[in-house]
Design a protein around this ligand. Sequence first.
Ligand SMILES: C[S@@+](CC[C@H](N)C(=O)[O-])C[C@H]1O[C@@H](n2cnc3c(N)ncnc32)[C@H](O)[C@@H]1O
Length: 470
Amino acid sequence: MNRAILSKHINGELIGKLKNDPKAFSSFLQNQNDGTIIYVLEKLGRLENGYSKEPLQNLLNHSNENIRALSIKNLAKIEDIILLPTFIKYASTDESTIVRREAVSAIGRLRNEKAIPTLINFLKDKDPKVVMQAIRGLLVFSYNSNVKNELKKLLNHPNELIREVINKEVNGVQYQSKSQQKHDEFPEFLKNTVVYGDVQEIIKYVPDESVHLTFTSPPYYNARDYSIYQSYDEYLNFLERVFKEVHRITKEGRFFVLNTSPIIIPRISRQHASKRYPIPYDIHPLLIKMGWEFIDDIVWVKPEASVKNRNAGFLQHRKPLAYKPNAVTEMLMVYRKKTDKLIDWNIRQYSWDKVKKSKVLEEYETTNVWRIDPTFDKVHTAVFPLELCNRVIKFYSFVGDLIFDPFAGSGTLGRAALNLNRNFFLTEKEGKYINRIKEELNKCGNLFNQVGQPKFVNLQEFIALTKVKI
Ligand SMILES: C[S@@+](CC[C@H](N)C(=O)[O-])C[C@H]1O[C@@H](n2cnc3c(N)ncnc32)[C@H](O)[C@@H]1O
């Protein structure tokens, strides 16, 4: 029976009756298949009165591990210390790790000091999820110095999530803000500013924790004509340096969305092979190391007709190993500046009114596959489609925020930011693209009347701006 049919047969009224009548519950369970039992166990709801204790205990030897786990989960709701030995037995001996985790969680839910020695024992378990449940149970007693000492021993645990929890909960390690400014504010001199020059030079003059969101598409190694690096390593080092600075100037818990894709460097002659470079995969570990937390990978899909055809050879000969798919995707890797705070904290830094104005109320893409046509530009070979910028800005910033693109190109991100009532800060090292940015932003002419004219400055002028007090 599927769940829709089950929900008709087993309604709230029946469940209410069963959980208050142990005999009826036991005999009901005897005649049901696994699916129905699981459905009932998931729907039991609150169980403080303990009438279901016996029927649930009878299920603890069931052959189905999900039924055993759900029975323990429900028994835990009764919060009866008499059940401690039962939970210990299943936590220690059940062959299924989901049952063991549920049993350790149940021991924690008893919130009883008698459970402390058992929970401490489970801190040595091989399954990190069991250890995590034991930690959860023990954190209630962290005022107890013995418990605290035992938890501290996990500071060097091999599992990264366990180390993180212990650091935060026991060691009290917290994000240390270096900024005096409120979270929703930013230095005035960065507002709607375009700086002509090398981002590596410019960014040094940007104060810590100034920007709310960075969305960028860096040069694609040597795949296009505008950047020449001696080697792929030099290229990756360059990006690493820039993105470390982007991390420094990003506000606590805010986002960095990086658009890249693997590239191809064509072969130099028929005797040689072309070479593919997996840029997003090579940058990713560098970003994690410098303190970005990976959040999502969004795949931007373009129509096949818009990308270079790599199929001609294979289409003719159909020989294995020489298959070359047309690359219709680019990656948008989404990162967050690491903090111990939850996203809710970031949202709470804004006024009710700003949050309301920033809500994404229209229809939106619910998957991580974004089908967007590329934009072709007469001056720049790799511009962002406006729609791509619009989505990133709406999903990852609030109105009034400062949005940064270190590799601005034609400045599409700036235009999108203005249209969406955000502010931009752009850097670009090619003069011809700076002129293109001016053209782009002119398209927003009347918007500027409301927000003030954009500033176009070179490095020296920018340095002068930084000295005018914020
Ligand atoms: C892929 S394009 C970005 C295109 C842009 N997203 C748009 O919508 O037009 C990369 C840009 O980075 C610029 N660039 C490369 N190295 C730079 C550097 N060191 N400092 C500033 N800009 C740089 C290039 O001139 C190029 O315009």
